[in-house]
Ligand binder design. Structure first.
Ligand SMILES: [Zn+2]
Length: 235
């Protein structure tokens, strides 16, 4: 029985290199040079997923309960017309845009998909606002919160895709954004309720996310820490 000298993983007796870290194996006692390798040499490629077919299948799965709900609602609550089915329908439409649409536009830029997703969420929220229009909560709270989150996500994804920063940098940027977004939420709640600006929640969230972000910056700059992390967590 042999072990990798670099990462310590147990190796097959005939292994020429470590399966985990690619370190070559030199076993002076190896008797049989022509022993069969532990893995097949034959490369089997998975069949290509037909994205349009998947989209069609998910659409049908999503459509059926919607039609059933629509029919039941129409038949049961005859006097009122549609009563509750549009809650199901609008939610399904949003889910379709979020999860099925990307199958159809696989070549679209990620930020475009996120933009469409943000608009879908905004439309769904507006639907509820339209039904329960009290105190203008859509314009002063929901709209800024969704728009800021959408802008954060679009810009972040686009910058990450163009610049391809290291993973610790990406993690740190996301941690800092969580802190900033918590502050934006506090301001939006303040604008909506008109109560004194309470920074307790963003301070608590920032106190959690900023040190984590700082840790990732440290990881970026410390070779030893990166090596330790890669040994422990294979990152
Ligand atoms: Zn190894």
């Amino acid at each position: 029985m042999s072990y990798c000298v670099n990462c310590g993983v147990e190796l097959d007796a005939s292994a020429k290199k470590c399966v985990l870290c690619d370190t070559p194996v030199y076993n002076p006692k190896q008797q049989n040079e022509d022993a069969p390798t532990p893995y097949s040499d034959r490369v089997v490629l998975p069949p290509k997923v037909r994205r349009r077919f998947s989209a069609f299948l998910f659409s049908v799965i999503l459509l059926l309960p919607n039609i059933v709900c629509l029919l039941i609602d129409l038949l049961v609550s005859k006097e009122n017309g549609l009563y509750w089915a549009h809650f199901v329908n609008t939610a399904s439409l949003m889910l379709w845009i979020l999860f099925v649409l990307p199958f159809l536009f696989q070549k679209a830029r990620t930020f475009v998909l996120i933009l469409v997703d943000s608009l879908a969420i905004l439309g769904y929220v507006y639907f509820f606002y339209h039904l329960f229009a009290t105190r203008e909560w859509f314009w002063s709270m929901a709209l800024p919160l969704v728009v800021v989150l959408g802008v954060f996500a679009c810009v972040t994804v686009e910058v990450f895709e163009r610049k391809k920063p290291d993973w610790p940098v990406q993690a740190a940027v996301i941690c800092f954004q969580i802190a900033v977004y918590a502050a934006v939420c506090a301001v939006a709640l303040y604008l909506y309720f008109g109560t004194p600006l309470s920074l307790a929640i963003p301070v608590v969230i920032g106190a959690c996310s900023l040190p984590v972000g700082g840790f990732f910056i440290y990881v970026k700059n410390s070779r030893r820490m990166r090596a330790w992390l890669s040994r422990r967590f294979f990152v």
